[in-house]
Design a protein around this ligand. Structure first.
Ligand code: NAP
Length: 291
């Protein structure tokens, strides 16, 4: 059993080290998950790069999404049992064969959803779900604008908003290129000129967010740092993952995965580099530990 530690901030090629894993112990409110799949999420790539600062003392184990099987449960755990297929988005710890996770963050993965798909939506899909349902409180009366509409959060957010009956506009770089968003949104645009919307989810930030905020009628939420008034974080919870899994199961939300690697040090480095070089722009990169 192994885990892959971040030992140095900076480029992926020099950042990681594979080390032996001794079986982790769990607290009464935790479950131990046998890891089957972990996605490459932007947070972990940015953390490795030092974009959030370099104060956290290393080594740390990155990885913020997991799909797997429950190996052990703490005395207080009631929502899952040993042998259950589960997903979760714990903060920084899943580049590892076994992972202790707070039970309140763990959600059952329906039989018909594979582990790779589950890992792919544990963080980004959960974020999309919470922002559309809880933060923006989207209804069928809304026209929702989603920036970064081709991305992992963007594509899921479009589908969640559509499932609520809203009209959805995806903001992309260039409408003439290949765009994931056009599969799901009512319309895609690459400029906001003349575009009317009542609510907006920003997944890009910077200039894009500034343009969105020029519409002073719409309710806006951004998941990218930069403007505290509209910024929001995903709060990892079983409830939102349960709800999203229902949409995935009912084929109301399609989760896009473009590349699957076997989990090992070389492939983790490759996957981080692929992500930064935007090699797979049409879906998530997932590392698989078990079938
Ligand atoms: N606050 C939270 O709780 C939270 C949770 C999850 C994610 N996030 C953050 O949210 C962001 C999106 O996450 P994600 O998983 O969806 O990432 P992703 O899959 O990499 O998607 C990002 C999308 O944004 C597009 N984009 C970037 N710059 C753009 C621009 N200037 N104009 C138009 N489109 C642009 C990208 O297009 P190209 O490929 O063409 O660049 C890509 O399609 C990340 O920064 C992530 O760290 C925050």
């Amino acid at each position: 059993m192994k885990k892959i530690e971040l030992i140095k901030y900076g480029i992926a090629n020099e950042a990681f080290k594979e080390v032996e894993l001794t079986k982790p112990s769990i607290k009464p409110n935790q479950v131990l998950i046998d890891n089957y799949a972990v996605a490459i999420d932007p947070y972990d790539v940015k953390f490795r790069n030092g974009d959030f600062g370099t104060e956290t003392q290393l080594p740390v184990v990155l990885g913020s999404s997991i799909a797997g099987v429950v190996l052990e449960i703490g005395q207080e755990v009631e929502n899952v049992k040993i042998g259950d297929r589960v997903i979760a988005s714990p903060h920084l710890k899943t580049y590892s064969h076994q992972v202790p996770v707070l039970s309140k963050q763990v959600s059952l993965l329906p039989e018909n959803i594979d582990f790779v798909t589950g890992a792919a939506y544990a963080l980004s899909g959960q974020t999309a779900y919470q922002m559309i349902v809880s933060n923006l409180e989207v209804t069928s009366d809304d026209i929702v604008l989603i920036s970064g509409a081709n991305g992992s959060v963007g594509t899921t957010a479009i589908q969640v908003a559509k499932s609520l009956g809203a009209t959805v506009i995806g903001l992309v770089r260039n409408v003439d290129e290949k765009n994931n968003a056009s599969k799901f949104a009512d319309k895609i645009v690459d400029s906001l000129e003349g575009i009317i919307f009542t609510k907006a989810l920003d997944t890009v930030g910077g200039q894009v967010l500034e343009e969105i905020l020029k519409n002073n009628i719409a309710k806006v939420v951004s998941i990218v740092d930069g403007n505290e008034e509209v910024h929001s974080f995903m709060k990892s919870s079983s409830k939102s993952l349960n709800e999203l899994s229902k949409l995935v199961l009912d084929e109301k939300a399609k989760i896009l995965v473009e590349k699957i690697y076997e989990f090992n040090l070389d492939n983790l480095i490759k996957a981080h580099n692929d992500f930064e070089q935007k090699k797979y722009k049409m879906g998530k990169i997932v590392l698989k530990l078990k079938n």
